[in-house]
Ligand binder design. Structure first.
Ligand SMILES: Cc1ncc(C[n+]2csc(CCOP(=O)(O)OP(=O)(O)O)c2C)c(N)n1
Ligand SMILES: [Mg+2]
Length: 330
């Protein structure tokens, strides 16, 4: 594995920016879980709780116009990237006012205006798509960087290996962000994956690769900034393996019985969002400033959730609109 060269640091302003994003994810996730639990939202929900700082630290290093490709467990990525909260919520609820007019749902959030280009439910399928976006940027010289977010399980899919190879050969401006929560569905990484560290896989493709504690805001941001700068400067792709954990099972309703209790307890004791809050207090950010941020987010989340509930469903004639309708003559 080749280490990423790095001269960045995360100062107080950067950490505060990351906290704003992480606190939004934290509160939005709690509201999503409660709405699914009460039946107000009838969706499969893949909670990113525990992984907030990975997304917040990565997206804080991007420009709003940069691209993101993510997965079903990607609402933290969408939020950290800056997707409009109401449009996102309405899409989760399948409403006409959603990012995809309610026709994509939570598994297919797309909002190009905020750089959220694709969300996929097929494990590993985002990586070649990210290469396509990065190739377009390389050819058009628009200087955009593409981040592709996926899980540890996805690194065992063929498309991961094909995409890393191609990105390396063509020196594409893409960052492969593996959010390693140590489980793929109900299977632990150590019984499904041939390497102890997914970052090691980058060396097979001569790719700059780094493993970081993704729950540490400064460590995550510094690695992200270095990768973004490299990509933007035309120096090629980076594989970031961000170590993290998920607190709520694969999807809501899964009670995580396959996760050893001590492992879960240890992860929760190191909960990244309160840890970042503590760090900010230690950096002399006042309790009242943090509280004001959190109160503002609470109001925005409540408003977005209500907006989604109040919005209409798409009309029936939307059924065949925006879909590729090809007649094949045989
Ligand atoms: C190609 C493919 N195979 C299997 C599945 C079923 N499946 C959905 S999520 C998942 C686990 C993926 O784990 P990981 O990549 O670690 O992401 P995480 O859910 O932990 O964020 C699997 C196997 C799928 N959606 N697509
Ligand atoms: Mg996983």
């Amino acid at each position: 594995m080749s280490p990423v060269q790095n001269s960045h640091s995360a100062d107080r302003a950067v950490l505060l920016d990351i906290y704003r994003r992480a606190a939004l994810i934290y509160q939005a996730d709690a509201k999503f879980r409660s709405m699914v639990g009460s039946g107000q939202l009838q969706i499969l929900y893949y909670s990113p709780r525990g992984q907030e700082v990975v997304a917040a630290g990565m997206m804080a290093a991007l420009q709003p116009s940069d691209y993101l490709v993510t997965i079903y467990r990607g609402v933290h990525d969408h939020l950290a990237k800056g997707i409009p909260l109401k449009d996102l919520w309405a899409e989760f609820a399948g409403k006409k006012t959603g990012t995809c007019k309610g026709k994509g749902g939570p598994m297919h959030i797309t909002h190009p205006a905020s750089g959220v280009m694709v969300t996929t439910g097929i494990v590993g399928s985002g990586l070649p798509i990210a290469n396509g976006l990065a190739l377009a940027s390389q050819l058009s010289k628009d200087k955009k960087v593409t981040v592709c977010s996926f899980g540890d399980g996805a690194s065992n899919i063929g498309a991961f290996h094909e995409a890393l190879n191609m990105a390396s050969v063509w020196s594409l401006p893409v960052i492969f962000l593996c959010q390693n929560n140590l489980y793929g569905e109900h299977t632990a990484m150590n019984v499904s994956t041939s390497v102890a560290s997914i970052a090691d896989r980058g060396s097979a493709y001569s790719m700059q690769s780094v493993r970081v504690n993704g729950n540490d805001a400064a460590e995550m941001y510094v690695a992200a900034r270095a990768a973004v700068d490299r990509a933007r400067a035309g120096q090629g792709p980076t594989l970031i393996e961000a170590m993290t954990f998920r607190f709520h099972g694969h999807l809501l309703g899964d009670n995580s019985h396959y996760i050893p209790r001590e492992q879960m307890e240890k992860a929760k004791a190191a909960d990244p969002v309160p840890a970042l809050r503590q760090r900010l207090l230690a950096l002399q950010v006042s309790e009242s400033e943090l509280k004001a941020i959190e109160d503002k987010i609470a109001a925005e989340v409540a408003e977005a959730a209500q907006f989604a509930l109040d919005s209409p469903y798409p009309p029936l004639e939307e059924n065949r609109r925006d879909v590729l309708d090809v007649e094949i003559a045989i």
